[in-house]
Design a protein around this ligand. Structure first.
Ligand SMILES: *Cc1c(COP(=O)(O)O)cnc(C)c1O
Length: 362
C-alpha cells in the first residue's frame, strides 16, 4: 500500500530551511519563534523539522500532537496554545511546560495539578486586542489576575502576556495594535515590580512586522505555523515578498481514474448533490474531463485546491471524487496519470488528518 494515492508529499528539507529562515529573521529583531505544528496535524517528522530548524519551543492546540512530539524524542519546551479545557488539566501539566490562559478558574486548577505532580507550570496570559477569540478584554481584570497568580499560586509561574489576532475577527497586527500589547505588558510589569520574560505578539500575520522591520521592541515572541508551512500565504493574503522561503513544502498528488468527453450541464431534473446543495451549472457543450480518486473527505473544499498546471479547472467534488475539466490542459490526460496540486491551510489540516491520504517524505 506504500505507493498508494492520494498522496501528500512533504519536503522536510525545505521545511527545515523555512523554519531556519524565519527564526533567523525574527532573531535579528530580538524575537524568538514558537514553532506551531498544528497546521500539519503535528506529524512527528514535521515537528522534528521545526525543532531542527531552530524553533525555541514547539506548540500546538492539541495535546495529542505535543505528546507525539515528545515521543519522537524532541526535548524542546512544549506549549499548549489553545486555552486548556478543565478536563485536560492533568495532561497539560504532564506533557507541557507552558500554556496560554484566559480563565482564573483554569489557572487555579493548573496550579493544584502542578503541585500534585511536583511541577512548576509556566503561563502566558492572553489579552484581547479586538480579534475577539480568546483573551481578557477588561484591562483591570488582567492586572488583577496577574497579581493573584504572582502572590497566591506557588506552582504557576507567570512568564508573559500575549495576544491573538487575524483568526476570528481578521484583525491585522498593525504596529499600533502591538504597541497596545506592549503597553499592557508594561502595566503588568509595574504592578508586579518585575519584568515579564515574554511578550507574545501573535502568529503568522505578525511576521509582516518582522518583514517591515517595525515590530515594537517589547514584543519578543511569535507563534508561527502557517507562514513557515505555507509561506505563499504571506504573499497571497498580505502581498509580502516571501521569495526567501520555499513555497513547495507540501504537494497533493491524486490519480486519474476516468477520462471522458461529457456534457458540461447535467442531464435530467436537478435536485441536490451528494452534500444536499443545489449548485448551478454552466452549459459549455461537450468537454474533456478527468475524474480523480480524491475527494472532500480528504481535503475539505475543492475550491481550496490549487492545480499546478495551466488549463485545469476543478469543477466539483463529492466525498471520494474530484471532477476536473482538462479540455484546455497542456497534457493529454489518461487513466493512471497523476495530477498535482498545491494546498492551503484548510486543505493541509484536512489532508494531514485523513488516514486515506498517504504521507510521503521527499
Ligand atoms: C494556530 C495558532 C497560532 C499559529 O497560527 P499560524 O497562523 O499557523 O501561524 C498561534 N497562536 C495561537 C493561539 C493559535 O491558535
Amino acid at each position: 500500500m506504500n505507493n498508494r494515492y492520494p498522496r501528500l508529499e512533504i519536503n522536510l528539507e525545505h521545511l527545515r530551511q523555512n523554519v531556519a529562515t524565519v527564526v533567523e529573521k525574527c532573531g535579528g529583531q530580538g524575537v524568538q519563534v514558537m514553532g506551531v505544528i498544528k497546521g500539519a496535524t503535528g506529524i512527528p517528522e514535521v515537528a522534528k523539522a521545526f525543532d531542527e530548524g531552530g524553533a525555541a519551543m514547539l506548540a500546538s492546540s492539541r495535546l495529542e500532537q505535543l505528546e507525539d512530539a515528545i515521543n519522537a524524542g524532541i526535548t524542546k519546551p512544549m506549549v499548549l496554545i489553545r486555552i486548556p479545557m478543565l478536563s485536560e488539566v492533568s495532561d497539560v501539566i504532564r506533557l507541557t511546560d507552558m500554556s496560554l490562559n484566559s480563565e482564573l478558574e483554569v489557572i487555579k486548577a493548573l496550579n493544584a495539578e502542578a503541585r500534585k505532580q511536583g511541577k512548576l507550570h509556566k503561563i502566558i496570559l492572553m489579552a484581547e486586542m479586538g480579534d475577539l477569540r480568546e483573551g481578557y478584554w477588561d484591562r483591570d481584570e488582567v492586572l488583577e489576575v496577574a497579581e493573584y497568580i504572582e502572590n497566591k499560586l506557588v506552582n504557576i509561574q507567570l512568564v508573559g502576556i500575549g495576544t491573538n489576532v487575524g483568526c476570528y475577527g481578521a484583525i491585522l497586527p498593525t504596529p499600533e495594535k502591538l504597541e497596545e500589547l506592549a503597553d499592557l505588558a508594561e502595566k503588568i510589569e509595574e504592578r508586579l515590580g518585575r519584568e515579564l520574560e515574554y511578550v507574545a505578539g501573535g502568529a503568522t500575520a505578525s511576521l509582516m512586522r518582522i518583514w517591515d522591520g517595525n515590530i515594537p521592541k517589547k514584543i519578543n515572541l511569535l507563534r508561527v505555523g502557517e507562514g513557515i508551512l505555507l509561506a505563499m500565504d504571506m504573499d497571497r493574503f498580505y502581498h509580502y515578498d516571501v521569495s526567501c522561503l520555499h513555497q513547495d513544502v507540501f504537494r497533493l498528488k491524486a490519480e486519474v481514474i476516468e477520462v471522458k468527453n461529457k456534457p458540461t450541464h447535467p442531464i435530467g431534473t436537478i435536485a441536490v448533490d451528494a452534500f444536499g446543495h443545489t449548485p448551478e451549472y454552466v452549459d459549455r457543450g461537450i468537454r474533456k474531463r478527468a475524474l480523480l480518486a480524491v475527494g472532500k473527505v480528504d481535503y475539505g473544499d475543492y475550491k481550496d485546491l490549487i492545480p499546478m498546471e495551466e488549463g485545469i479547472e476543478i469543477l466539483g467534488a463529492s466525498s471520494d471524487h474530484t471532477i476536473v475539466d482538462v479540455e484546455d490542459a497542456t497534457r493529454d490526460y489518461k487513466v493512471g496519470d497523476i495530477m498535482t496540486f498545491d494546498v492551503c491551510y484548510a486543505t493541509l489540516v484536512y489532508l494531514t488528518n485523513c488516514k486515506n491520504v498517504n504521507i510521503v517524505f521527499v
